[in-house]
Ligand binder design. Sequence first.
Ligand code: ATR
Length: 283
Amino acid sequence: MTDEPIAATTTIDRYGVMGYPVSHSRSPVIHRLFALQSRENLQYELLQVSPEKLETAVRQFQRTGGKGLNITVPHKSEVAKLVDHSSDRAAVAGAVNTLTFRDGDIHGDNTDGVGLLRDLTVNLGLSLTGANILILGAGGATRGILGPLLEAQPTTLTIANRSLSKAQSLVEHFSASGNVTACRFDAVPVTETYDLIINATSAGLKGEAPPYPAKAISLQTFCYDLSYGLKPTPFSGWARESGAGRSVMGWGMLVEQAAESFNIWRGIRPDTGPVLKQMSISA
Ligand code: ATR
């Protein structure tokens, strides 16, 4: 027995999101809502870090006791080079959005694809098995979601992109996992009806409107924009005008990928429904 008072050594576990720019990020709000819901004691910071300072900033966060980071645009591919251990899904995606600092090592994972799948199948009730899927864009965002989408065993998955060669190289990479083909926007095959069209281009972010293939849309088509905003994105507006049955922005994916990260860090999967509602977003 000792009469010494117990020292108040409770330090709050530190997490954050690193991006450039990052001020628009909703991740701090989402993770604070998850922490409140699960009564986990943590803090979550917004960290604006330019590409040339990425490695220094990650290592400094680790050195000063940080527990985990979300990594967002434009760092997801570069940060993959810094990890000591990569999950299979991060390796397939060639990109990392979740870092965990444990026992002096950096663990990298990617929760984007699984977050999208969860939003599509659980929140929105879509069945992807046997579906015809069209993805617009062939950049990092597309690469991150292709593995999980193909695991759901769609009948066809078509990647349409402005520059054909980028879509073709994704097809080469993923062709063993399913029926994947590449084309330009103006050559999207319309022999089958598309059940799902996903916008994974960054055109909307730049205020550009690519020549999306309107003839690929029918009333049966569910359109999903990986981008999101308080107002409809250019793609989601275009999809509605072009006659899509439903058109949804990627708020649900944002919350679901965050929930997967939270689960990796804290071992608790938050209930995402109330968080989507609290953010005044309809899923
Ligand atoms: P991300 O990580 O967000 O996917 P990225 O790797 O730079 O970013 O890829 C951006 C994607 O958006 C690419 O498919 C790009 O088409 P190209 O490969 O032809 O460059 C697409 N994109 C961006 N702006 C576009 C525009 N104005 N019209 C059509 N596609 C566009």
